[in-house]
Structure formats: C-alpha cells, structure tokens
Design a binder for this molecule. Structure first.
Ligand SMILES: [Zn+2]
Length: 298
C-alpha cells in the first residue's frame, strides 16, 4: 500500500478574515502560506501509478473527538501537479474516529466555539448524512432537511426526511440562531433567493456558516444553468457533484467569485467575510480552504 505519513507538532493557525479580494491576496501572499503550500505539495504522490486503493494518512488531533486521530484522503485525487490537488484534500481528510470530512469538522468546531449553539436552533441544510447525525448528537436543537423534488411542499416529511427548498423555506422568520450549509448553495438555481431566505430565518445576531466552491481568482459569479418554467437550460457544460440522495448527482447552477460577498451584503447581511483556515494538526489541508461567515445585525 502506498502510504505517506507525517507526524505533526501543534501549530498556531488563527483563521484569517477576508472581507474582499484585496484582503485575501494580502494574506495569502504571506510567507507562512507559501510554506503551508509547499508542505501540502510535499505530501502529494509524485509518481504514477497511484493505485485506486492508495491513501494518504496524516496523524494529528481531532478537536471534535478530543483525541489523537488519523486523517485519510484518497491519493488518486491528490496527484502532484493535478489541478484537483486542493479539492482532493478539501473533500477528504476524513477523521478515523468521527469519520467526518475536514470541512464538516471545521463547521462543528466553529459551532463549538460559540456558546449560543447550545441554546438556539440550528438549521443544517442536509439530513441524510453523517454530518447531520453527528451535529444532531452534539447540539440540542438541530433541524435538517434535503431537497427531495420540485413538486413537494416545503416542510413535508417523506420517509423520515424533511423536504425544504432553500429558495422558499417553510420556517418562520428569525427561527434559527445558526444556519449551516456545506456545499449546497452552488446547487440552488437562484443563490440570491437562497441567501435571502437564510437571512430571513436567522435571528438578529444570528450567523450563517457556509462552505461553497469559490474561485478566489474570479471577481464575478458565473451562472452555469438556469431554471425556466421548471426546465433546466444549460449556459455552460453541465457539471455534477456527488449527492447522497441521488445517483445522478446534483447539478451545479453557479460558480462563485468575490461578487458573492456583494450579493450577501445587498441582501442585508452586515458581517460578510470569506474566512481562511488551515491546520496540519487538525487535518485541514487544501489551500485555499475557506468558509463564508454571514452575520445578521441585532
Ligand atoms: Zn474526529
């Protein structure tokens, strides 16, 4: 088995708040980020063949499990020089104990760090997933949902799964203290409607934490497909992502760039930032790793 292992020392790595592209470019240009990038590259398998069963294993510490853990990623997604190297880390690095992806662990770390997560409702934009199961075990008031189809009434429960359409949520205004969406927004036909709905269901001083595929090199958002009278019209070649409830996968409607932050501000979010994070110890690799933090004023 082709293994690459690395023993790690704890490192301080505070998150970096970027309110615009200039903030990001100033931060990512710092030598510490170059060193991190070089370290990531050194972990990639350089030679062919990379067997389908090959894994990269990195020993560290999972803050959720509060135990030493090994973070595991399929090596074939991480071939050196591949443009998918970063996403291979981002969509892997599964903890050997809690079995959560790195970005899911990060979102839970953020909730853990905010005492309000223990006393307020949390809406998680997924339900049939390990992420939802762990979140529900961890917090007292979690509501999850999936998109089950265009003809189902929002709020309906089908086979134990709640259906919601992010563009027209069935929840009351100001119902939740947190909204958590991990790689969902790009699959919604109109992401601005979805963001407006997230803003509506958040309480004053509530926070939405979203991970989205986001091109830090692009200023504009690009619409890949539109929904017209219930029919999909493709503006660019269709791109599908994995979907736990559909073998066909989920269509990507939009690619996001920095304009997305402007859309969030126009909707009414007052604290809008793309936040960079990275930690070798905690298994957060894949520069530039980030989440969107959207705050609603009180
Ligand atoms: Zn863990």
């Amino acid at each position: 088995m082709n293994r690459s292992t690395c023993s790690l020392a704890p490192e301080p790595s505070p998150d970096v708040v970027c309110r615009n592209r200039a903030d990001y470019e100033r931060s990512i240009g710092q030598p510490e980020w170059t060193a991190r990038w070089n370290l990531e590259q050194s972990l990639l398998p350089a030679r062919m063949p990379v067997w389908p069963w090959s894994r990269i294993r990195i020993r560290g510490h999972c803050p959720l499990c509060d135990r030493p853990a090994t973070f595991i990623t399929k090596a074939r997604h991480l071939r050196s020089g591949s443009r998918f190297a970063s996403s291979g880390f981002r969509d892997g690095m599964i903890c050997s104990r809690c079995r959560l992806l790195g970005r899911h662990r990060k979102l839970l770390q953020l909730l853990d760090a905010d005492p309000a997560s223990r006393t307020t409702g949390i809406y998680l934009c997924e339900q049939r997933s390990r992420f939802h199961a762990v979140t529900s075990d961890r917090y007292p008031a979690v509501t999850g949902s999936e998109f089950l189809g265009p003809d189902i009434a929002p709020g309906s429960v089908v086979g134990g799964i709640r259906h919601e359409d992010l563009q027209r949520l069935s929840f009351a205004a100001a119902q939740f203290g947190f909204v958590i969406c991990s790689d969902v927004l790009e699959h919604v036909p109109d992401h601005r409607h979805a963001l407006a709905e997230i803003h509506r269901v958040l309480r004053p001083r509530g926070t939405a934490l979203l991970t989205v595929p986001f091109s830090t090199d692009a200023d504009a958002c690009t619409q890949r497909a539109v929904l017209e009278d219930g029919r999909i019209r493709h503006l660019l070649p269709p791109q599908m992502h994995h979907n736990p409830i559909s073998r066909q996968g989920s269509l990507v409607y939009g690619d996001f760039g920095w304009e997305l932050l402007d859309h969030c501000r126009a909707i009414g979010f007052t604290d809008v930032a793309l936040v960079l994070y990275w930690s070798l110890t905690e298994g957060h690799l894949g520069i530039p790793l980030h989440y969107l933090r959207l705050g609603k004023s009180g």
